[in-house]
Design a protein around this ligand. Structure first.
Ligand code: SF4
Ligand code: SF4
Length: 192
């Protein structure tokens, strides 16, 4: 049966300690075969698709929400940014690096990589858009169920969730609270 809702990465600010392990794991998972050591040796920049953000004392990993009506996919003039198989993905060979997707994403979840630098430091401008791809290739290649960021987080602040499961957990938590409060109220009323 076709899934009615897609999977997204859920981040819990209460559990995040700001260690940036998720960023590093994401960059390594998308950084080619050499891994972290290969990137350091070859002086390749790392490009995480998740970003730990601190604002008003709250630390929170931010990444693509895999929007259902994805504005990034709507504005992309080349069809590089598109919705497929329950996620919003970038077909890098079609991307011209115009950054329209960057401008419309409400979460700041897209960057345009611009790492084709010449020896003199100038850029060849061969940029492509990068965003969370739910580690689809990495999971398939490494036989993993969780994304690299989820796997790397030491406090389990990040998880892969289906919204109906999240909603069910919320419903149960609130139902439990309401039941407790009704019980307490009934006991108080009986004593009056
Ligand atoms: S990149 Fe931004 S706009 Fe596009 S699906 Fe993800 S969160 Fe939504
Ligand atoms: S940067 Fe690439 S993916 Fe984003 S809107 Fe432009 S062509 Fe599409």
């Amino acid at each position: 049966m076709k899934e009615l809702e897609n999977v997204i990465i859920y981040a819990d600010a209460q559990k995040c300690i700001g260690c940036h392990s998720c960023e590093l794991a994401c960059a390594v998972a998308h950084g080619g075969k050499g891994g972290l050591i290969g990137a350091v040796i070859n002086k390749q920049p790392l490009h995480p698709r998740i970003k730990v953000v601190e604002a008003d004392g709250v630390i929170m990993p931010m990444q693509c929400r895999q929007c259902e009506n994805a504005p990034c996919a709507m504005v992309c003039p080349t069809g590089a940014c598109r919705q497929e198989n329950g996620q919003v993905m970038i077909v890098e060979s079609n991307c011209v690096g115009c950054k329209l997707c960057v401008m419309v994403c409400p979460f700041g979840a897209i960057t345009v990589r611009r790492d084709s630098f010449k020896d003199d430091g100038s850029s060849t401008n061969q940029g492509v858009a990068l965003k969370c791809d739910l580690c689809t290739s990495w999971c398939a290649e490494n036989n993993k169920k969780d994304t690299a960021c989820v796997e790397a987080c030491p406090t389990k602040a990040i998880s892969l969730i289906k919204m109906h499961e999240y909603r069910t957990a919320l419903l149960k938590a609130r139902a439990k609270e309401l039941a407790q409060s009704h019980k307490h109220m009934n006991m108080t009323l009986r004593k009056l």
